[in-house]
Structures are given as C-alpha cells and as structure tokens.
Design a protein around this ligand. Structure first.
Ligand code: 3HC
Length: 382
C-alpha cells in the first residue's frame, strides 16, 4: 500500500514538527487540533522552522512555499481522518484520551488506514486494543525537535502485522530519518528509558547538594558529550512531558526510574520549562533559547552517577532483548545527539567504577533501581 495522505492529530511541539517533516517529504498533510488558535500557533512555528532551513540553504524559498501548500489544518475530526492513509497521533500523554480518540476515529477512517501513536511511553498494545485494527496499529516515536533529530523509534504492539511494520519503516526512511526497531513494548521504549531517569538523577544530585544546576549541566554537556545540559534539555522537552512520562513509566515498572520530587514540584507550579517561561531555568517566553555553559563550570562536577545510571538502563535494554547494543548506541547518538556511544564513555571511565557507583547508590538509598545489570557485572568480570 502506498502512503500519500497523512493526518497528524495534535499540533503541539511534536505534532507540528511531524506535520512539517511529512510535508517536506512530499506527503499531503492534514494537521488537526481542538482549537484554531493552536493550529495558528503551529503554522507560525512551521514557518519559523522552514525559514531557518531556507536561511541555511537546506531548502529554497519556492520549496518552502510548496511545503506549506501541502499542509492543511482543521478542527473537524471527521474531515481530518476520512481520507488518510496514515494517522499519527501526537495528542497529550493521557491514556484515556488517546483510547477515546482512537476508538472514535476507528469508525470514521477508511479500513486500510494505519494508526500510529507518537507516545513517549504508553503501551502500544493497550492503545491498539481500543480499535478493531490492532494489526494496523504501531508506535512511531519521534524526538524533539523532529525537524532536526534523525532518530525515529518504531514500536510494534503485540498484534501489529509485518506489513504495518514495513510501511512504518518505509515511511520513516522516506523522511530521510533513521528508524530503529524497539522489539518490545516496554516502558520508555529505548531512549526515554535513559533520558527520563537521567533528569531525575541530576535532580537528586541537586537536591542532595552535590553540585549546582549549571555545574551539572556543563559536565553533562562537556564531559559526557551531549549537545545540551540535562536540565536545559528537560526544560526544552517540557517538564510536563518529563513528569507525565515519569509517572507512566514508574507505574509500569518501578525499576525504570527513581523519581525526584523536584520534578513534581516544578510540574505542580506550572513551571513547564521553555514553553511557560520557567522550569529549572528562566526563559524569555516563546523564543528558542539556549543556556550558555562553560568548561570551567564542567570542571566542578564529576558526572559519574549520571553515566552509571544511563549505562545501567542501556544494559537493561540489551539484557532484555529490547534492542541490540549497536542500536542502543545509535539511538542515543541520533535521538539525543550524544557524541560517542554510552558504552564507549563507560569503558573510558572503567566498568568497575560504574558498578561500584551503582552499588553505592543501591546501598545508601536501599533502592534496587540502582542494582547493576548482569551485563555490566559480566563486563567487570571480563
Ligand atoms: N527547525 C529548524 N531550525 C531549528 C529548529 C527547528 N525546529 N530548532 C532549532 N533550530 C536552529 C536554531 O535556531 C539554530 O539556528 P541558528 O544557527 O540560526 O541560530 C540551529 O538550529 C542550531 O541550533 P543551536 O545553535 O541550538 O545548536 P545545536 O547544534 O545544539 O542544535 C539541537 C540544536 C539539534 C536541538 C541540539 O541541541 C540537540 O540535539 N539537542 C538534544 C535534543 C534531544 O535530546 N532531543 C530528544 C529529547 S527526548 C524526546 O524528544 C522524546 C520525547 O518522547 C520526550
């Protein structure tokens, strides 16, 4: 089946980006949201992003115009889904809302239409169960900003057909992105199983007075080789997104994250990060803002705890056959912009030190979240 028409449900940070890159790849796109004002804001963001790409010579002004012509917006759900070949859901991370939405569109969309969810963490199989097309249902998970991040995780549910998986993978390739198969429908899939716990570990370091926010961020950036500090990245992704993902992941699996109350405090105050003007840092609202960090600040903090937790969760993914080592490394490089692989970093630090750090954390917190994975223990022995 050839995909020509794509509908994106939700026009927020992820929705508008997915609509934009689909139109850039030549698809006819409909973007749907519940209010016209959200769609207006989304189109403004798409214009900003496309102008940046024109400025950089990646597309021409004429191409920008034809991309914009390929995107139609509507608040009418029936209108949005009735002609779609592929529907990608990017609405808020609320299982009840997602199931209601999928159930509703199941009776409107044509029978051949494939349903995909861009959920960060929610179980694909459960969502698919709200429809009568579980074989044509799949997770297609993009990374923020979808316009620039190369990774897309593809997550089949228990009853997703091979044909649907192939179509999803070909769609991702047609966007000139790299699909990585997440073999199991686990909490956090691949990258969020590492990203979300990292935010909390960094927040614990802050709470326990081990270092200041800027020192932790600078070390995360300059010593580990991520493009942003971890608090900067949490603010950029959205504290609301991080908080909701944490809740869902923790409810599914207590071993996936050690939630730090700082994140919940920010969320309950409405400090959602860049989008609200304040999160871990303060921002001039509405702009794409970066935090200037220095090497001097990085020198004042040793990020071994962050590295230990990241590589432990990466090992869990491999031990549990969610993805192979190469795919985990690739996912972190393409989905979070990490310069070299997480295992390469751990190797340089020394696996014995990583394991000792984890054991120390496990013993002092009496939390088996920090229990070193068997793969790491074997690496120390080996
Ligand atoms: N479209 C077009 N251009 C954009 C853009 C967009 N959406 N966003 C930023 N840019 C532009 C900037 O304006 C800047 O332009 P300029 O040179 O004219 O000033 C240019 O891109 C480069 O930006 P930066 O100067 O900030 O430089 P970087 O090299 O750091 O690149 C980045 C920016 C690609 C965002 C990089 O910092 C990065 O990879 N950050 C990590 C992002 C990440 O980890 N994402 C995953 C989060 S987890 C997730 O999404 C999963 C979810 O389920 C929670």
């Amino acid at each position: 089946m050839a995909i020509e028409r794509i509908t994106v449900l939700g026009s927020g940070i992820m929705g508008h980006g997915i609509a934009q890159i689909s139109a850039m790849a030549g698809y006819k796109v409909v973007m749907r949201d519940i209010e016209q004002q959200f769609l207006d804001k989304a189109m403004e963001r798409i214009r900003w992003s496309l102008s940046k790409l024109v400025e950089k010579g990646r597309i021409s002004g004429d191409e920008m115009n034809s991309i914009l012509e390929r995107i139609r917006v509507t608040v009418d759900m029936e209108e949005a889904v009735k002609n779609a070949d592929l529907i990608i859901e990017a609405i808020p991370e609320d299982m009840r809302l997602k199931k209601e939405t999928f159930e509703k569109i199941d009776s409107i969309a044509p029978s051949h239409t494939i349903f995909a969810s861009n959920t960060s963490t929610l179980p694909i199989t459960e969502m698919a169960g709200a429809t009568k097309r579980e074989d044509r249902f799949i997770g297609i998970h993009f990374f923020n900003p979808p316009q620039l991040m190369q990774l897309v995780e593809v997550i089949p549910g228990a009853r997703t057909s091979k044909g649907t998986l192939d179509i999803a993978i070909n769609y991702v390739k047609s966007l000139r992105k790299e699909p990585i198969l997440c073999r199991k429908d686990v909490a956090g899939f691949i990258v969020n199983r590492i990203f979300i716990p990292l935010v909390h570990e960094a927040a614990w370091e802050l709470k326990e007075g081990k270092a200041g926010m800027r020192e932790i961020d600078a070390a995360f950036k300059f010593k580990l080789g991520f493009p942003m500090g971890i608090f900067e990245l949490a603010d950029y992704t959205g504290i609301d997104v991080v908080y909701k993902a944490t809740k869902e992941m923790y409810a599914r699996d207590k071993k996936v994250v050690n939630p730090c109350p700082i994140v919940e405090d920010l969320y309950s105050k409405g400090d959602y990060g860049q989008k609200s003007g304040r999160g871990f840092y303060e921002y001039k609202q509405g702009s794409y803002a970066r935090i200037e960090l220095s090497m001097d600040e990085a020198e004042r903090y040793d990020p071994v705890r962050l590295l230990a937790v990241a590589v432990n969760n990466a090992s869990w993914l491999i031990s549990n056959d969610v993805a192979g080592k190469d795919d985990v490394e690739k996912a972190l490089m393409l989905g979070m912009g990490l310069k070299e692989g997480i295992f390469r970093l751990a190797e340089r630090t020394g696996y014995a030190r990583i394991v000792d750090t984890l054991k120390g954390l496990r013993d002092s917190s009496r939390n088996d979240f920090y229990e070193p994975d068997a793969l790491l223990l074997n690496l120390v022995k080996g």
